[in-house]
Ligand binder design. Sequence first.
Ligand code: SAH
Ligand code: TRP
Length: 336
Amino acid sequence: MSTTNTEPSSWRAAACTVTPVPSVHRLLTPAEDVARGFQGSPKRLPPKYFYDDHGSRLFDRICDTPEYYPMRTEARLLAESARAVMASVQPDCILEMGSGTSRKTEHLLQAAEQANAQPVYWPFDVCDSIMTSAAERLCGRFPWLTIHALVGDYGAGLDHLPRPPGRCLYLFLGGSLGNFEPEESARVLSEIASHMGPDDRLLLGVDRVKDRSVLEAAYDDAAGVTAAFNRNVLNVLNHEVDADFEPEAFAHEAFFNEAQSRIEMHLVSRRDQRVQVGALERVYDFPEGERLHTEISRKFTPASIADELARAGLVMDEHYQPEDGAFSLVLAAPQQ
Ligand code: SAH
Ligand code: TRP
């Protein structure tokens, strides 16, 4: 989760560079995020703290659980639509927000390869270690590929995000837009839209409203990987703000909040406990049942997707969805 520059790895120094993206606004330090987030009721935390190296690996394991349908559904939609998307956009570069392991991106790169195209790949993620191991894998599979990895926080303003040359396909997959509150997602999507040129396109993957039991199981798998991912944020805090959380003393909880059309993830204190935060030189009480609200994952309808795009000055070109409407992959263009 660091934003320090990492030396390009020796295996293909010429083909993969890693560049930090400075944030536009001063970012709150982890201690400031904790001080602010723990003031409210319930206590909250920004979700980027999930994604240290261990958290990113746990997220990759969530994607392989039988309950987490978004990964498989979106991957299938991408496999089916990749050729059409690449043929219609013909991008010189692919810029991906929150690229993680870039597993699904391989469908687009494969479609490019089959069309004898060689777009340059610009992954952008807060977790540099997951991006560099993804880059290594991608360069093995696609020997022609040039990668410019960007490390930073996509919620912190995109003014300093490099503008790759040529026509650009932006990717924002995995339902990550839904991890922002409505006002924030409107801002992030508008910033992406203003970064785009008239011929650029955005491929956006968002999850859809569906049966509560299916939604809740996706965020509380039987093997407990999601619970471990949620609790890992406490290990990150222990490290980042010199805290002494005992992750096992908190229960993982995920439920569908229908009124706000979102999954909420919480950590619930299993007993009365007191946590020290060294960086703030203060203690926080977590009585039994006290909640730390760690994440939201908004679920959309076709109407709310159209609304979200319109607010950002984008229009829908194509809508790829399975028959049961479980997930939406949308190709969007800047309003002319
Ligand atoms: N796009 C991938 C990964 C989704 S998980 C997929 O669809 O499978 C979310 C990814 O976004 C993680 O890799 C995480 O490190 C990254 N991320 C989360 N918050 C971020 C932020 N504020 N800025 C940049 N990347 C972020
Ligand atoms: N973007 C993912 C989603 O909303 C993030 C995610 C999946 C997640 N599972 C999670 C976040 C569990 C926190 C906890 O589906």
